[in-house]
Design a protein around this ligand. Structure first.
Ligand code: FE2
Length: 97
């Protein structure tokens, strides 16, 4: 639920702050419309961008979710970009397959 927002962060920009700051607050509002949340769950949603945002986690579970989210972002976004840089002709090499 920490990323429960319905806009394209690459297109939509907010005057209130960066996507890193705004989307956890939007996600929390959307999550609260769907279900009751514990204090820990709210902390996890609001602070899952810890490091990019300043709010300190209150729970070790918040730290875990934030670190796993960082790992997933690197794995899903950065690693494919690095792979493209390391293998610029990969597509051409496999075009005949
Ligand atoms: Fe997020």
């Amino acid at each position: 639920m920490h990323d429960l927002f319905y806009y394209d962060w690459r297109v939509t920009k907010f005057s209130l702050g960066t996507h890193a700051y705004v989307h956890p607050r939007i996600a929390l509002r959307n999550a609260e419309k769907l279900t009751d949340l514990s204090a820990m769950e709210k902390d996890i949603i609001i602070k899952h961008m810890w490091g990019a945002t300043l709010g300190m986690p209150k729970y070790k579970e918040t730290v875990v979710v934030s670190l796993v989210d960082d790992y997933a972002a690197v794995d899903e976004y950065l690693m494919p970009q690095l792979h493209k840089l390391a293998h610029p002709f990969h597509r051409l090499e496999h075009a005949h397959e």
